[in-house]
Design a protein around this ligand. Structure first.
Ligand code: MF3
Ligand code: CO
Ligand code: CO
Length: 275
């Protein structure tokens, strides 16, 4: 059913749902550099994400750092999106649009960046805690990070995407949290969003088998309440229907012979708060 094709570094073929690209050493090298830049941008934001700053100011920093490094923000002009990152606060699940909104103490915010460097996409997001955050919110953030990392432990040849999904779902539901179904991780490389679709809830032993050379993101969105989301009128911002808090972490990875390489790990060890 699933087909795999070995691709060279120049391959930009549009996604086909049953075809998964397997990348070579140049791809790994390109993704390492793009992923590192993405992680460095999030590292640099740590001292900036404080009460009183606007999400638009954060966006400007992301744009400036990306361009200074010789990259381009993948989201700029992507399907009509006009910003360099997404800033998703509290009950916003994903794709919050930066603007005049001021961060206040007690907020939790996801910042999602995707620089394109030499044609390769490094896609990563982390949660940031603004000032003093209630324990309940901090626990959601901790468990969401655990969901991502436990899922990545399952990302190795021979396992299937359903194994990654099931591990994430089990951990979230153990804490009575809801796993968002409306948005998924995705293949990436020369393209921002490629095959396969990477679900975050599913059954073990199902879905495409993981093979060395696959590049994709894992980016679980976990809600304190129910899993249901709705889209706001701007056509981008997704929020929890019950207005419960939502958290997300995202890494871009490549499947190796023995497991996975995380392209977007923080060089400074700032992968999860407190930073
Ligand atoms: N970075 C997001 C992802 O993880 C996609 C954002 S697309 C945007 O796939 F247009 F909303 F920015
Ligand atoms: Co992504
Ligand atoms: Co992203």
């Amino acid at each position: 059913m699933t087909e795999y094709i070995q691709v060279g570094p120049e391959d930009r073929a549009e996604p086909r749902s049953h075809v998964i690209k397997l990348h070579g050493p140049e791809g790994f090298e390109g993704m390492r550099r793009a992923g590192r830049l993405a992680a460095e941008i999030l590292d640099a934001l740590v001292p900036q994400v404080v009460p009183g700053v606007t999400t638009g100011e954060i966006d400007s920093i992301v744009q400036r750092m990306t361009l200074e490094a010789g990259g381009v923000p993948a989201t700029l002009g992507y399907r009509g999106y006009t910003k360099s990152c997404c800033t998703s606060i509290n009950h916003v699940v994903c794709h919050g649009i930066p603007g005049d909104k001021v961060l206040k103490g007690g907020d939790i915010v996801n910042i999602d960046v995707t620089p394109i460097l030499d044609g390769w996409h490094g896609d990563t997001s982390r949660m940031f805690l603004v000032g003093d955050v209630p324990l309940k919110a901090k626990k959601l953030v901790d468990v969401t990070f655990e969901c991502l990392m436990l899922g990545l432990e399952q990302a190795r040849p021979g396992n299937r995407l359903g194994d990654v999904a099931h591990t994430i779902q089990s951990h979230a539901e153990k804490h009575r949290y809801g796993v968002v179904r409306d948005f998924c991780g995705h293949g990436l490389g020369r393209l921002f969003h490629d095959s396969p679709e990477v679900i975050h809830a599913g059954r073990p032993g199902t879905g495409p088998e993981l093979k060395p050379g696959m590049f994709f993101t894992v980016e679980p969105m976990i809600n304190i309440g129910r899993a249901d989301v709705k889209l706001l009128e701007d056509g981008w911002t997704a929020v929890t229907r019950d207005r419960s808090l939502s958290a997300q972490f995202e890494h871009s990875i490549g499947i190796t012979e023995t497991g996975c390489e995380i392209f977007t790990k923080s060089p400074k060890g700032l992968d999860k708060p407190p930073y």
